[in-house]
Design a protein around this ligand. Structure first.
Ligand code: GLN
Length: 484
């Protein structure tokens, strides 16, 4: 079964001529055809371009071309601009937007020879934790289609879990890679802020947004991250530091590794969820790691801090969608103000409007000091807490989410309850740290995630720790019933 093979195994089969990229691409397109109408994971299919790109990859290989992603299919979150292909960001506002250029992430994966099958559904402008705010309707969780897949990269996560592609891209502003990875039972990596270019990635909250990957395993994610990462002069916050060889260090021994248990993450954690984390810690101890408890006293403030900073930045970033230059424009505007207000009023959904209003409020003259400035100070305290923790330990460990996947519709009318889904993921974004979620067991027959957080630029160590856990367990090999 081609869709159960790792990227490494697929590469070997392509190299030996056992399969061609065109065959592989056809296989995944057939799975999309079969499963996507029930999951709503993809909102744009690019089958023709995919087959052409696959044929080009086969020709390149026949001519001596090499590379671990040459001819491997993928799905891009619809937040990444794709030249000549609709890039909607899950919004009516961009329903008619054909991007005129490729995002750097898209360009890099194209250069590596990866074959785009289509674009994944997502929460509107990446705002959400359940993939229910999309203009294109909710994504269903392949483990149970009455449940959400998590958000905002829910389409990418569901597609990876249902094996509609070997890997998918995503973005993580407050948890949108790790949280859906956890709820769909796949491996998700959110790199250090600045590690992967944001050029051509539609901005939500620019100081938090970071692109990353969903895959079946840490070993596969390492191959993909290798191709995505690196300095980009077109992104002013991109970091000019060499990209390590992530696959090369996957099996480095963990003896002596110090893992910190985040005390604040265990306060009030449901017993069955905590038990899974403690099982994982046993495995790490058997691999030679040492575990100690650490406390980050300001971490419980991360959700309120994020829900000031992120809306503030989004209110500024989304002001460009005004009905004038691109995107949705209302019918028959009577004057310029009417054009602006109705285009925005009709083009944006309820959650996006809520964020723009909150953000505008916290930045307004009378409230800036009380909210935005205060949130920035707390953000610094949280960052300092992480710095102090990493003076004692190499990695931090905890749950990715408080609960398994919840029912579609259960939280959508209660924003505060919805926002609390990201209670364990937001801290890493506020501090710009890399984080990873990997499957670690089940609660109520639904997958749960184990989260690893490391110091800046510790992706190699995170992938190494995740890979050795996956060598010792088989949670990441389980697939949802019906998609085997
Ligand atoms: N769920 C968070 C939010 O709604 C995070 C989203 C994200 O990481 N893009 O803002």
């Amino acid at each position: 079964m081609l869709h159960t093979l790792s990227i490494g195994e697929l590469g070997r089969n392509l190299n030996s001529g056992q399969i061609s990229s065109v065959e592989l691409t056809r296989h995944f397109l057939a799975r999309i055809e079969r499963f996507n109408s029930a999951l709503n994971a993809l909102i744009t299919l690019t089958a023709e371009q995919a087959l052409a790109a696959a044929a080009a990859a086969d020709a390149a290989r026949a001519a001596g071309g090499q590379g671990p992603l040459l001819g491997i299919p993928l799905i891009h979150k619809d937040i990444f601009c794709t030249d000549g292909v609709r890039t909607s960001c899950g919004s009516r506002m961009l329903d008619n937007f054909i991007a005129p250029y490729d995002a750097t992430v898209v360009a890099k994966l194209k250069t590596a020879g990866a074959v785009m099958l289509g674009k994944a559904n997502m929460d509107e402008f990446a705002m959400g934790s359940s993939n229910e705010t999309s203009y294109y309707g909710p994504v269903k969780n392949p483990w149970d289609r009455t449940k959400v897949p998590g958000g905002s990269s829910g389409g990418s996560a569901a597609a990876t879990a249902a094996r509609l592609a070997p890997f998918a891209t995503g973005t993580d502003t407050g948890g949108s890679i790790r949280q859906p990875a956890a709820l769909t039972g796949v491996t998700g990596v959110k790199p250090t802020y600045g590690r992967v270019s944001r050029y051509g990635m539609i901005a939500f909250a620019s100081s938090l947004d970071q692109a990353g990957v969903f895959a079946q395993s840490a070993a596969d994610a390492a191959i993909v991250l290798q191709a995505m990462a690196g300095f980009d002069p077109r992104d002013s916050t991109s970091i000019d530091a060499p990209v390590p060889n992530y696959p090369a260090t996957l099996s480095a021994p963990l003896a002596g590794l110090k893992i910190g248990l985040l005390r604040e993450f265990f306060d009030g954690l449901e017993a069955r969820n905590a038990a899974l984390i403690h099982e994982a810690l046993k495995i790490y101890r058997s691999l030679g790691a040492e575990t100690v408890e650490v406390s980050l006293p300001h971490l419980p403030l991360s959700v309120p801090t994020y829900y000031v900073v992120a809306p503030a930045e989004c209110s500024s970033n989304l002001s460009r969608f005004d009905g004038v230059r691109f995107g949705y424009r209302c019918e028959n505007p009577k004057d310029l103000l009417d054009l602006y207000t109705r285009s925005r009023g009709e083009g944006f959904g309820a959650e996006v409007k809520r964020r723009i209003m909150t953000g505008t409020y916290v930045l307004s003259a009378g409230y800036f000091d009380a909210y935005y400035l205060q949130a920035q100070k707390v953000r610094r305290l949280i960052t300092d807490d992480f710095r102090a923790a990493f003076a004692q330990v190499d990695l931090l460990i905890g749950p990715t989410t408080p609960t398994p996947a919840f029912d579609i519709g259960a939280k959508i009318n209660d924003p505060v309850t919805m926002y609390l889904n990201d209670i364990y993921t937001i801290g890493a974004n506020l501090a710009g740290l890399p984080g990873l979620s990997l499957p670690c067991g089940f609660v109520d027959d639904l997958p749960m995630g184990l989260q690893l957080i490391g110091p800046h630029f510790s992706e190699a160590k995170l992938l190494n720790a995740a890979h050795l856990y996956q060598e010792a367990t088989d949670w990441h090999r389980r697939s949802p019933h019906g998609y085997e």
